[in-house]
Design a protein around this ligand. Sequence first.
Ligand SMILES: NC(=O)c1ccc[n+]([C@@H]2O[C@H](COP(=O)([O-])OP(=O)(O)OC[C@H]3O[C@@H](n4cnc5c(N)ncnc54)[C@H](O)[C@@H]3O)[C@@H](O)[C@H]2O)c1
Ligand SMILES: O=C(O)[C@H](O)[C@H](O)COP(=O)(O)O
Length: 383
Amino acid sequence: MLIVADENIPLLNAFFGDIGEIRRVSGRTMSAIDVRDADVLLVRSVTRVNRELLEDSSVRFVGTTTIGTDHIDLGWLEENGIRFSAAPGCNANSVVEYVLSVLSLYAERKVLNDWSQLTVGIVGAGNVGSELAEKLDRLGFSVKLCDPPRAERERNLTFVSLDEVLACDVVTLHTPLTRDSAHPTLQMIGRRELDLLTSKQLLINTGRGEVIDGAALSERLSQADAPLVALDVWEQEPRINPELVGKTWLATPHIAGYSLEGKVQGTEMIYQAVSRFLGLPARKKAGQFLPEPALSKVSFTSAADEQAAIRIALRACYDPRQDDARLRHIMGVPASQERGVAFDRLRKDYPVRRECSSLKVQLKGTSKSLHDSFRAIGFKLKI
Ligand SMILES: NC(=O)c1ccc[n+]([C@@H]2O[C@H](COP(=O)([O-])OP(=O)(O)OC[C@H]3O[C@@H](n4cnc5c(N)ncnc54)[C@H](O)[C@@H]3O)[C@@H](O)[C@H]2O)c1
Ligand SMILES: O=C(O)[C@H](O)[C@H](O)COP(=O)(O)O
C-alpha cells in the first residue's frame, strides 16, 4: 500500500505508518509522476486534484485534511470511481477563535467599553459560521445570519439577506468557494456590496479569497469612507497582491484554521476515512498526540476588569497581530515568485498555536458573567 501525502500534513507517521509506505511530497508542486503508483492520496488545500493529476495513476482514495474542497474536482473523482473524503469541521473552532481575537482588537480600536455592543453579520452558517454565532450569542452580541442554501432547505425565516448582514458593524465571511451552485460565492462581495459598507464597519474574510472581488476591494479601500478589512484568505495564493495587503487593517497568510488541534483533527478524520475504506480498525485519536501547551494557566482576581480579562486570555492563546507582522514583512520581497515561496514558508513553519480549551482560567472572586463569558469562548475554568 503506497500512500502519497502532502509533507505538511502533521503526524503522518503516527496515524498512517502502520497502514502503508508513506511518500511525502510538496503539496504545491505535486505532479502526476509523484502519484502515479499510489493507492491513497492525502492532500491539503494547495494541491489541485483533477484529471491531470490522477488520470494515469492507481489512486483509489483521495483525502483532504481540510474543510474546503474547492481544490478537488469532485465530479471527476466520482465518474472515475475514486473514493473521496474531506475533514468537515476539523478546524472550525480555530477559525472561530481567530474571529473572536480580531473582534477583541476591533473593539479596542473603537474604544468600546463592551465588545458585545458590536452587531455581527455572518455570511455562511455552516460549521464555522454557526459555531461562531453560538459563541457570540452566549457572549451577548447581536448576530445576523445569511445562508440562502440553508434558508431554502430548512424554510427558516430567521436567516436574513446579504444586504441586511452588510449593515452590521462587523461582517464576517464563512462560505465555501463555489462557482456552479444555486448560490455561487465566487466574487459574491463585489463593487455593489463593497459600496454598501462604510468606514464604521469591519469586513473579515476567512472563507476563500475569491469570494471577494479583489480588484473592487482594492479600489474601495482607496476611498475615504472605506471599511476596515481583516483578510486571512486571498486571490491567487500564494502570489498575493502586496498592494491589497498594504490597504488592509489586518492581513494573515491563510492560517485562521492553523491551531494545532485543528490540524491534528484534520489528520485524524482522514485516518478514520482511510481506515473505513480499507476495512481496518481506527483506534488512534487526535487527543493522544497533543503535547502539553506552553501556557497552561492564567489567573484573574476580583480586581480584574472583565473586558480586559477576556482580551488578555484570548490573546494569550492567539493574537493575529503576530501573523499580520510576519505577512507584512515578506511583502517587502521584490519578486512575486519569491514572495509566493515566502508566503508558503510562513504557513509551513507556522508556530504551534493552541486553542482556548488548552488554557485553564483560574477565577477568584470574579462575577458570574465573567465565568459565563470564559465558558462561552471555550476556556477551561477553575473557580
Ligand atoms: N481560513 C482558513 O484557514 C479556513 C479554515 C477552515 C475553513 N475555511 C473556509 O471556510 C469555509 C466554510 O467552512 P465551514 O466549515 O463553515 O463550511 P460548511 O460547509 O460547514 O458551511 C458553509 C456554509 O456556507 C453556506 N453557503 C453556501 N453558499 C452560500 C452563499 N452564497 N451565501 C451564504 N452562505 C452560503 C452553506 O449553506 C453552508 O451552510 C470552507 O469551505 C473553507 O473554504 C477557511
Ligand atoms: O479549508 C480549510 O480547512 C482551511 O482553509 C485550511 O486551513 C487550509 O490549510 P492548508 O490545507 O492550505 O494548509
